[in-house]
Design a protein around this ligand. Structure first.
Ligand code: PLP
Length: 379
């Protein structure tokens, strides 16, 4: 019996293998979130005025300990889409500059870079990284080969969204640094799935979500900026700041975003406590990895397609993507859900049609068995 399954609010009838898309919040964290919402409605001026600065500072401190950085180096934002826009729109991207990205970006993020580059007369170069990659080093070599003097910005996902590759971000960040380029990491899927040590990574910007793998309620993401860049960052919605104790523009212009519900941000500490209490990285994450590896060969047999991984270093512990055979898969996602109650995302990716499984604390072998049986019938 999987005791953690009861801790989640997910419909027990569904084999929910899609944690990666929107996360899922466990009961104790959701209850804390609702408690903060009550508190807000009961006496709005306490939470949003008298105690605002202290409570946000406490929330930032808790998250900074989890991510190993200073508490004034992170600003809370509602999600990675917003946070990356905040960074990219603040950067001094000029005519003729190159922004080096990968062909593994999240769709909205790719569009964001493309739009900004077009507006500023800059070039967006998407480094080709064919799958399966031979090794983590080959991702590094492919990026390195595209560095030239016009490259002023380098961006990549920590874990790619559709192709589920765990990129060697320490090395990629080093390459950006030695080329004199600013590094921007999309960490939407990393915190809570892999340990994230921001000091060690050494990126200029790292933008992440708490509401995916850290299990916080939805609406909690963060932007980290290095000391060198903390003053060059501005939110898309400029508000009057000077509320927080920090003195960089990262904080002064971000902490107070007007009248909003900050309950999901306040509940981030409860999410961290939940992860720690359940010894997440020692028990849940390895168990998820093990479950995926137990079913991997069977899933590959059913699809009849090549594995997207040759090297264990490139596999995130709780997500894996699989190529689909030739054919029309436009209704696969809906059919899997309506006919089999299996929730997995299907992507019509330029590298081939594929689907992605996410395995989380609430899953067990029966969810993957249901997926396998459904795929047998559908393919
Ligand atoms: C790699 C990546 N970046 C950014 C995002 C956007 O995250 P959010 O919807 O929380 O803004 C996602 C969403 O799944 C993602 O996978």
């Amino acid at each position: 019996m999987n005791h953690l399954k009861d801790q989640f609010l997910l419909d027990p009838e569904v084999a929910y293998l899609n944690h990666g898309s929107y996360g899922a919040c466990p009961r104790p964290v959701f209850e804390a979130y609702q408690k903060f919402q009550h508190e807000l409605e009961q006496e709005p001026a306490t939470l949003l005025y008298r105690e605002f600065s202290r409570r946000m500072q406490e929330a930032r401190t808790g998250l900074s300990l989890f991510l190993n950085c200073e508490s004034d180096q992170i600003a809370f934002v509602r999600n990675v889409t917003y946070g990356l826009n905040m960074v990219a729109q603040s950067l001094k991207i000029n005519e003729g500059d190159t922004v080096l990205a990968t062909e593994h970006e999240y769709g909205a993020v790719d569009r964001m870079w493309e739009t900004i580059c077009n507006e500023r007369g800059a070039h967006l170069v998407r480094v080709k990284m064919p799958l399966p990659l031979e090794s983590a080093c080959s991702a590094v070599d492919l990026l390195k080969a595209k560095i030239d003097p016009s490259v002023k910005f380098v961006t990549f996902p920590h874990i790619s969204p559709e192709t589920s590759q765990l990129f060697p971000i320490h090395e990629l960040t080093k390459i950006a640094r030695s080329a004199g380029a600013v590094s921007v990491i999309d960490g939407a899927h990393a915190p809570g799935q892999v340990p994230v040590d921001l000091k060690e990574i050494g990126a200029d910007f790292y933008v992440g979500n708490c509401h995916k793998w850290m299990l916080s309620p939805k609406g909690a993401g963060f932007v980290y900026a290095s000391r060198e860049h903390e003053d060059g960052i501005r939110p898309p919605a400029i508000s009057w700041g000077n509320i927080s104790e920090g003195n960089s523009s990262l904080l002064l212009e971000n902490d107070w975003q007007g009248t909003i519900d900050i309950s999901s941000i306040l509940a981030v500490q409860d999410a961290i406590d939940f992860l720690n209490k359940n010894r997440w990285f020692e028990t849940v994450v390895p168990r998820s990895r093990q479950l995926i590896s137990e079913f991997n060969e069977t899933i590959l047999e059913v699809t009849g397609m090549d594995d997207l991984y040759l090297h264990a270093d490139l596999q995130p512990p709780q997500m894996r993507s699989y190529l689909l055979p030739e054919g029309d898969h436009s209704s696969l996602h809906t059919d899997l859900f309506h006919r089999f109650k299996v929730e997995v995302p299907v992507f019509l990716n330029p590298k081939g049609n594929m689907f992605r499984i996410s395995v989380q604390a609430y899953n067990d072998g029966s969810d993957l068995e249901r997926l396998v049986n459904a795929l047998k019938e559908m393919l």
